[in-house]
Design a protein around this ligand. Structure first.
Ligand code: SAM
Length: 379
């Protein structure tokens, strides 16, 4: 079985998530509405929109899963009402404006799956004035966390392995957000909800979060636990919060501190977080105030320091760099040039093999390469 299909089995297994979307769709989609299912996957949200009375659903999916979604729509008797459009939503045009846009590109902390960029584009190009997006708003939630096993994952890099040192990786490990399913007992105090935004309006703008988190039990502070509450419709919310009974089956994000800090009831943690949704970059500054210490302890981390960037790639971003095509770039250019609206595929494959014999040992390897290029760029 395709692992992509299995991933979507997990989405369908999460009944809390599906019931939340179903209730929100029933509340928001009116009979006769035109609906966009953005990132449709198996098409489940579009099917629910049809059930709620949508006249037409435009189901946008960039992956080949769209073929399966087509079959599923027919199997449910909605084949004539759901129109499938393959491609990234930002590159798709719709034949008519929509009343409602649906998506679950929320990720673990609200922004990392692209919702902000995709929804702002979709609102501008797809939505009728006064139209509705589901979700409507997102709230960012933070809490102080004790999590020894995750801490050990970061400290791993300070230990030798086979007598060799690996500590250069520790900076990267300490500047990374970790997906993890937090348990309520791992929280050292109540959560705060410092920011609520409409992703379709906020778009790619930086997000700024600031709050003070009280500590209400003694323990060891290892980092921040982060999750979201999505307002799907006026009366329906959906959340991966470890503190709610109605938690959807989705992990949270753990952002570490540079070192563990012992805390007591009455201490506090002030967090300043800057999020760049398009770059999926987060900077978090923490200031821990302890009753038994005069000065706060401060740490600053950023996922920009957690990125792996080779010096070779970095050199290529310098404005003075003069790029030229590699042999593989030249082969790609050949394919694109041969796509002139006249030549059939078989001729393109043969010509690519003839012009690039060093790259392709056979017609079938050239054909695979051509297929990769044209499925992406040909009309
Ligand atoms: C998290 S899954 C959700 C699938 C489905 N909507 C559901 O609720 O079960 C996201 C799907 O959207 C697709 N996708 C993500 N961003 C997209 C975009 N901007 N345009 C088209 N498809 C997108 C992915 O390929 C994936 O199949």
């Amino acid at each position: 079985m395709s692992l992509i299909v299995d991933e979507h089995r997990h989405y369908l297994l999460d009944q809390t998530r599906l019931h939340a979307f179903c209730d929100a769709i029933r509340e928001s989609v009116k009979p006769g509405n035109v609906v966009v299912d953005l990132g449709s996957g198996t098409g489940i949200l579009g099917l629910l929109a049809c059930q709620a009375g949508a006249k037409r659903v435009y189901s946008i999916e960039e992956s080949s899963l769209i073929e399966l979604a087509r079959e599923i729509s027919r199997a449910n008797g909605f084949g004539d009402r759901i129109h499938f459009l393959k491609g990234l939503s930002t590159r798709i045009n719709l034949p008519e404006p929509a009343d409602v846009i649906l998506a679950d590109q929320i990720g673990h902390f609200g922004f990392e799956a692209g919702l902000f960029d995709y929804f702002s584009d979709a609102r501008r190009r797809f939505l009728k004035p006064g139209g509705i997006t589901i979700p409507q708003h997102l709230t960012f939630c933070l809490a102080p966390v004790e999590h020894q096993p995750l801490w050990e994952q970061i400290e791993f890099w300070n230990q030798p392995s086979m007598g060799m040192k690996f500590h250069p990786a520790r900076t990267i490990a300490a500047n990374t957000g970790y997906p993890v399913k937090l348990k309520p007992e791992q929280l050292l105090g109540p959560s705060e909800e410092p920011l609520t935004v409409d992703p379709s309006i906020s778009g790619s703008q930086p997000l700024h979060v600031r709050c003070t988190l009280p500590i209400n039990r003694a323990g060891t502070l290892h980092g921040l636990g982060c999750w979201f509450v999505a307002q799907l419709s006026p009366s329906v919310t959906m959340s991966n919060s470890p503190l709610t009974q109605q938690r959807i089956d989705r992990r949270n994000v753990f952002f570490p501190l540079d070192r563990p800090v012992s805390v007591q009831t009455g201490d506090s943690l002030t967090v300043t977080m800057h999020i760049l949704p398009t770059q999926i970059a987060v900077t978090w500054t923490t200031e821990i105030r302890r009753a038994d210490a005069p000065d706060p302890i401060r740490f600053t981390h950023t996922t920009l320091k957690g990125m792996l960037i080779s010096r070779e790639d970095l050199q290529r971003t310098h404005p003075a760099f003069v790029p030229s095509l590699s042999p593989w770039g030249a082969a790609r250019l050949t394919v694109l040039t041969l796509c002139d609206g006249k030549r059939p595929l078989v001729q393109i494959e043969q010509e690519v093999l003839r012009r690039h014999p060093d790259l392709f040992p056979s017609l079938s390897t050239a054909a695979t390469f051509v297929a990769e290029v044209i499925t992406r760029y040909s009309a």
